[in-house]
Design a protein around this ligand. Structure first.
Ligand code: PEP
Ligand code: MN
Length: 361
């Protein structure tokens, strides 16, 4: 199927925007004054795309659920007075109609909506024949296919100006992040759809101000295309996501601290050195694959043996011993426990798969 794109989302009035593309504005539009003042300060600092939530998907009812359509004229003013592009979240067909009527420039689909193919399809159908950029946030759960599926639904409706927004993934366990970034997922998205712009949303990944710079830099180092950062004139008083919002001044400081890196390597010496190192990596990867293959062959032998003697596949204590031993050895080699646990869990699961096949042959 694939995705058919025009990268106009990276342009502003016909000119290609500097990377990273920055979108900023409050989590929620709260009052006309707050919207205009935030936009005024952002505009002064060179920000060209203004984001704001009008309808807010809140976890619990009876909390602030956004100002609704009465906030749309405030965004019109932002457009008119500062010439900024305006972007808002839509979660249903009515939101789409109201936004189009109000002249909103860019729509995005929120994480909770992306997780529901019915909702995404309804939104996609309502956009048929409309020429507007649409950004699709990752679903709340770490499911690359579901994210790609939502992008495809929007694209199949004829929308070509598409971007993905990486805002991290819910976890049951508390982590240092509000939503775990799981960078391997946007990296896989880039591998699958290389031309699709990826915007990072450090605000919803971090859930606090402290980690914003680190996550933004990570996004730039991965050669992603832009940043969406929640900005409020008075973050402490924000009606939603107060802990993660920063002032327009703080945003300016953050952007100034970012180290921009180039994505194409023009210097020949640099390129040769990199090529050599990449060749070494490829060699090691080949060895890794051979080793994994040999290891699975032994697992199958063990499977035969267990089958013959009618022994269960999973031997919990052996697995526990193996994992502990590997973590200990890996620690001495400077490999993290988190990494080794993931690798060995995957290897162990694959061994079980091979043994299950052997047993049921
Ligand atoms: C938001 O951008 O304010 C928002 C609600 O984000 P998400 O859909 O990523 O939770
Ligand atoms: Mn928010």
């Amino acid at each position: 199927m694939g995705i058919n794109l025009e990268l106009e989302i990276l342009k502003f009035n016909g000119t290609v925007l500097e990377r990273p593309l920055v979108m900023a504005g409050p989590c929620s539009a709260e009052s006309e004054e707050q919207v205009i003042e935030t936009a005024r300060q952002l505009h002064k600092n060179g920000i060209k795309i203004f984001r704001a939530g009008i309808w807010k998907p809140r976890t619990r009812p009876n909390t602030f659920e956004g100002v609704g359509t009465r906030g749309l004229p405030w965004l019109r003013r932002v457009k008119k007075e500062f010439g900024m592009l305006t972007a808002i979240e839509v979660a249903n067909v009515k939101h789409v109609y109201d936004s189009l009527k109000a002249g909103i420039d860019i729509l995005w689909i929120g994480a909770r909506t992306t997780a529901n193919p019915f909702s995404v399809q309804e939104i996609a159908d309502s956009l048929k024949g409309v020429d507007i950029p649409v950004m699709v946030k990752n679903p709340v759960n770490p499911d690359t296919e579901l994210w790609i599926g939502a992008l495809e639904r929007i694209n199949n409706a004829g929308i070509k100006k598409i971007a993905a927004i990486h805002r991290g993934f819910s976890t049951y366990n508390k982590t240092e992040y509000r939503n775990s970034p799981q960078w391997e997922i946007p990296i896989e998205l880039r591998r699958r759809i290389p031309d699709l712009p990826i915007i990072t949303d450090p605000s919803h990944i971090c859930g606090n101000k402290e980690l914003l710079l680190e996550v933004s830099q990570r996004s730039i180092d991965l050669n992603f295309d832009g940043l969406m950062i929640e900005t409020h004139i008075n973050p402490e008083k924000a009606l939603s996501d107060a802990a993660q919002q920063i002032t327009p001044e703080e945003l300016k400081t953050l952007l100034n601290k970012l180290i921009l890196r180039k994505s194409n390597i023009e210097n020949a010496l640099l390129l040769t050195t990199l090529e050599e190192l990449r060749q070494e990596i490829d060699n090691f990867d080949d060895k890794l694959l051979d080793i994994l293959n040999s290891r699975m062959a032994i697992s199958r032998k063990i499977g035969e043996y267990k089958k013959k003697h009618n022994i269960t596949i999973l031997q919990a204590s052996r697995w526990d011993e193996l994992l502990k031993r590997s973590i200990k050895l890996a620690g001495k080699k400077g490999l993290s426990e988190e990494f080794i646990t993931k690798v060995f869990k995957a290897i162990h699961q694959e061994s079980i798969n091979h043994q299950t096949k052997v047993m049921n042959k």
